[in-house]
Design a protein around this ligand. Structure first.
Ligand SMILES: [Zn+2]
Length: 77
């Protein structure tokens, strides 16, 4: 029950699918949406989704559909 460094390993982070596949081949870490450098587990579905990643993912506006993704994130860094 530590509250420290190990906790993020227990979440399933959102990562671009391409990178997950590359990581699955290489075992190389990927950068999650939340910025966490993370090696996806064999079965991420058994972990809860990282709240930060989920928030970021949802703020990317995937649910709206049709607002224009390209215009949305411009200049935000
Ligand atoms: Zn995350």
């Amino acid at each position: 029950m530590s509250h420290g460094d190990g906790d993020h390993e227990r979440y399933a982070h959102y990562v671009q699918k391409d990178k997950i596949m590359a990581s699955a081949l290489d075992g190389t870490p990927v950068v999650a949406l939340c910025g966490k450098v993370w090696v996806p587990g064999r079965d991420p579905k058994k972990y809860p989704v990282c709240p930060l990643c989920k928030e970021i993912y949802e703020s990317m506006g995937d649910s709206g559909g049709g607002k224009g993704k390209d215009g949305n994130g411009g200049g935000k860094k």
